[in-house]
Design a protein around this ligand. Structure first.
Ligand SMILES: *[C@@H]1O[C@H](CO)[C@@H](O)[C@H](O)[C@H]1NC(C)=O
Ligand SMILES: *[C@@H]1O[C@H](CO)[C@@H](O)[C@H](O)[C@H]1NC(C)=O
Ligand SMILES: *[C@@H]1O[C@H](CO)[C@@H](O)[C@H](O)[C@H]1NC(C)=O
Length: 385
């Protein structure tokens, strides 16, 4: 499908009449696309993918829509992160708790009660061009409830950061810095903070780590009183230019196709000075970028789907991190797609992905005060490799 952007429109989600018409057209095609996918998955034996019909339909719908609409159409249909959050919270009978991050036009949105003794700080994905999806909120709500069942009550805060084309990088990094400072200033010690990010949110978490080590000019430098407990990167978008091996081999199996990644990548890079590219594509930065990372975060978890476009580039970044850090765990989820664990929550799939409990367990270990001192974990490749 043609992407209809004009260069200078910086407004969030403003569509023209033709763009509106394409939205309707695409939605009109969706039922037949889903029907076809349903028949295909029912009558052709799937090669090793044990996805339920629900997941097949959800994944297909997401892939179709994400590949068909341009940035403004996606923003128009999905709304802003704050709108998604408020609607989701009301539907789930949870309070709407919004903290303004003054001076940055960003805010923290709390999933469940505002707690600052232990905090999961979440950077959402969406190629730096779309808002948080409600099923991502459901995933973190599930994680919060699971940890609560294990007697670990945690606050989960979503950073509502600005996206392209309303701003360009490093605006999002400034907002992430502000968020971390805010959480610490509210009384949460770094050793009780775990930063989590999926896709572009994983990219932002990596940029934040890089900034803590080599401050970006014009962005407030921070020095931490102690190490951050953990950083978890789910399918981090580490390759904005794309093109590596798995972009070719997994283009047809992923929920986000190679051309959609490349399209978002071009939009995000537009107007970003060359000197900052390495913060957006850490896999292409000098190998020393993460030198010292062992001193700023205690544990790192990186996960990728075996069937996702970003697989090879994520593996490269995980291995770069483990050169400078002894406690990086890398898991490749067999047949997993981009952000695979989230899609169970899009369709209400009762059987969650096998990666989900790994994530919850890993976060649990990070919040148990004594475990971090005795656990010996070196880099490992999990599940299918
Ligand atoms: C964050 O919230 C503000 C206010 O609702 C909005 O203008 C901005 O675009 C938001 N970011 C996203 C990704 O929605
Ligand atoms: C979120 O958590 C609340 C309990 O605090 C629960 O009632 C609700 O069903 C949960 N929603 C989802 C989608 O997990
Ligand atoms: C995904 O890409 C990897 C690496 O190129 C390849 O080994 C694998 O077979 C591809 N497909 C799936 C479904 O895992």
């Amino acid at each position: 499908m043609q992407k209809l952007d004009t260069k200078h429109d910086k407004q969030y989600g403003r569509v023209s009449w033709t763009e509106l018409a394409t939205i309707v057209l695409v939605l009109g095609q969706l039922p037949s696309v889903l029907l076809w996918s349903f028949f295909k998955s029912t009558f052709t034996p799937s090669k090793g993918t044990h996805k339920s019909w629900r997941r097949n339909l959800g994944d297909t719908a997401f892939r179709f829509v994400a590949g068909a609409w341009n940035i403004r159409q996606l923003q128009y249909c999905f709304g802003t992160t704050q709108q998604v959050y408020e609607k989701w919270a009301r539907q789930n009978g949870l309070p709407v708790l919004v903290d303004e991050l003054k001076g940055e036009d960003a805010r923290l949105l709390w999933i469940g009660p505002r707690r600052t003794d232990r905090v999961v700080l979440y950077f959402h994905g969406g190629g730096y061009v779309v808002p948080m999806q409600d099923f991502a909120a459901s995933f973190w709500n599930y994680t919060r409830l699971e940890l609560g069942r294990r007697h670990l009550n945690v606050g989960v805060a979503v950073l509502n950061y600005s996206i392209v084309p309303t701003v360009t990088f490093p605006a999002q990094l400034k907002q992430a810095v502000k968020a971390l400072q805010y959480v610490i200033a509210s009384g949460c010690k770094p050793e009780n903070i775990q930063i989590v990010g999926d896709s572009a949110g994983g990219n932002l978490a990596l940029a934040l780590l890089a900034h803590l080590l080599r401050p970006v000019k014009g962005v407030t430098p921070i020095s931490l009183a102690s190490e951050i407990s953990g950083v978890y990167l789910m399918s981090p978008w580490v390759s904005l230019a794309g093109g590596s091996g798995s972009f070719v081999t997994n283009d047809s199996t992923d929920v986000v196709g190679a051309s959609t990644f490349a399209y978002c990548g071009r939009k995000v890079f537009a107007g970003v000075p060359d000197s900052l590219h390495m913060y957006l594509e850490v896999g292409k930065a000098p190998a020393s970028l993460f030198n010292g990372v062992q001193g700023i975060v205690d544990r790192i978890l990186v996960t990728a789907g075996g069937a996702e476009c970003l697989r090879d580039d994520i593996a490269e970044v995980a291995s770069r991190l483990s050169v400078h850090h002894g406690r990086v765990r890398f898991i490749v989820q067999e047949n997993g797609v981009h952000n695979d664990p989230f899609y169970d929550f899009l369709v209400g799939e009762p059987k969650l992905s096998d990666l989900t409990p790994e994530i919850v367990n890993w976060l649990e270990e990070g919040f148990r005060p004594s475990s971090s001192k005795v656990e010996i974990v070196t880099s490992e490749v999990g599940l299918d490799t």
